[in-house]
Design a protein. Structure first.
Length: 276
């Protein structure tokens, strides 16, 4: 089994021509950001098409978190541009970007409110992007709809509507966070190491749920993970970052031909160079 060679990346990645009639859902062009004189992301180009699931992997310090923060607007871009649905969002504020982005975090406690009931959390997610008013927080006419959605998870959450979310297990809470992040229409879903804090058995359950929900809803997704198997198994495309630049980007037949051992070999090579 041969290991893909990590070839030097040119100083300027080739930017694919933009299809004006059908632009990628997410497009990053020559993105760059510097922290303390060091390039965290450099000349990064990425286009994720409609319904595509892109698995983003890389060792600690490779630039994955910085990449997510640039896309979400948590940190400003030093160089380059970001487009979503053909719109330039490079200068758009973080809270405005989240109107069209769903995000599931590594910590199951994030993305839900532990002191509120499961029903209240569902209602809160259901009201995303709606103006605040003085009407009750829970629309009782939507309760049966919430129960149906929760029942589809197969975790018995439909029978726990009135208990605080903080009393749920980590896996239950992460499944709820996934459902809440996709409850209203979004253009783009970010999975930010969303199985990393779970035990292996629970992580498998959450990944199966993730795969089903993403495919059923036809969501365009960027999944950051340390689990190389998940990236290969669930992603239509796999990218590996090293020092803020893509050293592996495979999709289609090339991605399907990749073996786990090959990706692991390159990952280990990079990890040694990074001192991990």
């Amino acid at each position: 089994m041969t290991t893909p060679k990590m070839v030097p990346v040119p100083s300027k990645n080739i930017v694919p021509e933009r299809d004006v009639d059908k632009p990628p859902v997410l497009e990053c062009i020559n993105l760059g950001i510097t922290f303390g004189g060091l390039k965290a992301v450099e000349d990064f180009n990425l286009g994720i098409g409609q319904t595509e699931i892109a698995g983003l992997i890389g060792p600690n310090g490779s630039g994955k978190t910085s990449m997510l923060n640039l896309v979400c607007g948590s940190i400003p871009v030093d160089e380059g541009s970001i487009f979503m649905g053909g719109r330039d969002i490079t200068k758009m504020s973080e809270h405005k970007r989240y109107r069209n982005i769903g995000r599931v975090y590594q910590n199951p406690a994030m993305g839900t409110c532990g002191t509120m009931t499961l029903l209240e959390n569902m209602a809160m997610a259901d009201n995303k992007n709606r103006p605040y008013n003085i009407t009750p927080g829970v629309n009782r006419r939507r309760v049966s709809y919430y129960k149906k959605l929760l029942s589809s998870l197969g975790l018995g959450l439909e029978d726990k509507l009135n208990i605080p979310v903080g009393s749920l297990s980590g896996g239950q809470r992460q499944a709820l966070a996934l459902l809440m992040s996709t409850l209203t229409p979004i253009e783009f879903l970010i999975l930010d190491e969303h199985t990393a804090a779970l035990d292996p058995k629970t992580a498998e359950v959450i990944m199966q749920l993730t795969g089903r929900l993403v495919r059923e809803k036809g969501l365009t997704t960027l999944m950051v993970t340390h689990n190389l198997r998940y990236a290969l198994e669930y992603g239509d495309r796999i990218l590996m970052l090293h020092e803020g630049r893509a050293v592996l980007d495979k999709s289609g037949e090339e991605k399907r031909a990749l073996k786990l051992e090959q990706v692991l070999g390159l990952f280990n090579q990079i990890s040694v160079e990074c001192g991990n």
